[in-house]
Design a protein around this ligand. Structure first.
Ligand code: IPD
Ligand code: CA
Ligand code: CA
Length: 290
């Protein structure tokens, strides 16, 4: 535990959790921070991007960050599964859900389009699943040096201080965030219609280009609600637990339980959930969840 001593002090409230879990958490925090330094190193130099799809980019920074994270986790936890966006983990198909044991879910650089355009908003995200349930999430924004952490049942923190969602309870005074899927040019279900349902009802909608940070910003009250279509497990695994542990609510668009492998996401401070759900579902009465 010596190596992680200073981190442990900073995240003092996580000392209450089991030693084994806190060891894993502190390792994740440390790896995330170091991956952030790798990404930052590339942000300061020339950025060369390749196309994975029509408009979906990948850079050397995505790959180097992922290689570092996967190697570190692989060395420390050789029997754990790793699902990483750029494909270097142990898991190739993200559709495959519900495996027993530990599974790390990694977005080595969320906000690659921002990163490629010198737009300073991106993050590294690491979530840990046990038997199909996310038990902690760590998201690090290297430019703002903000480390968001949450452990199931233990609350959420930003740089070691407790955070909670906003108390805004009316859409009219809210700020929401969303994003648009990479296949938006060819798939008509591209979120534009949803966007137009909200735009005149709220104070603002942000499309900041990093879903992990949208969820963190919701968790600490900078925005009040978020929805998006066709995100992948690595975009949301860590973020949903950060939102929930900060007192927010996460469901699918219909208000049912959210599955990171399958569903479109609706996340809010709780107060706005029903109103957002109604709008997204053309005023159909929302499903009742807890
Ligand atoms: C993307 C970002 C973006 C969201 C996209 C994601 P990437 O992740 O989170 O905000 O709208 O759908 O794929 O590709 O930068 O890791
Ligand atoms: Ca992402
Ligand atoms: Ca990514």
């Amino acid at each position: 535990m010596k190596v992680y001593g200073p981190l442990l002090e900073k995240y003092s409230d996580i000392q209450e959790i089991s030693r084994d879990l806190s060891d894993k958490l502190l390792i994740a925090v440390d790896i995330c921070r170091r991956a952030g330094q790798i990404v930052l190193g590339h942000f300061e130099g020339e950025i060369v991007a390749e196309y994975k799809g029509d408009i979906d980019l990948v850079t050397v920074a995505d790959r180097k960050s992922e290689k570092f994270i996967v190697e570190q986790l692989g060395k420390l936890f050789p029997d754990h599964l790793i699902l990483a966006e750029e494909g270097s983990g142990t898991e190739s198909g993200w559709e495959m859900n519900l495996k027993k044991g530990y599974k790390w879910i990694i977005d080595p650089l969320d906000g690659t389009t921002n990163f490629t355009h010198d737009y300073p908003h991106f993050a590294i995200s690491i979530g840990l699943e046990l038997d199909g349930k996310v038990i902690f999430g760590v998201i690090y924004s290297p430019l703002s040096n903000e480390m968001f952490v949450a452990v199931k049942g233990m609350g959420a923190t930003l740089n070691g201080k407790r955070i909670s969602v906003s108390t805004v309870s009316s859409l009219g005074i809210s700020i929401l965030a969303t994003g648009f899927p990479y296949d938006r040019r060819t798939n008509l279900n591209n979120n534009v219609e949803n966007f137009s349902k909200f735009i005149n009802k709220v104070q603002g909608i942000r499309r900041a280009g990093a879903a992990t940070l949208d969820l963190c910003y919701l968790a600490c009250g900078r925005i009040d609600g978020f929805w998006e279509l066709r995100l992948k497990p690595w975009d949301v695994a860590a973020g949903i637990i950060i939102v929930e542990e900060a007192g927010g609510k996460v469901t699918n668009l219909e208000g049912g339980p959210f599955n990171i492998y399958r569903d479109d996401i609706l996340a809010s401070n709780g107060y706005l959930h029903e109103e957002m759900q109604m709008l997204l579902n053309n005023d159909r009465v929302p499903l009742k969840t807890s």
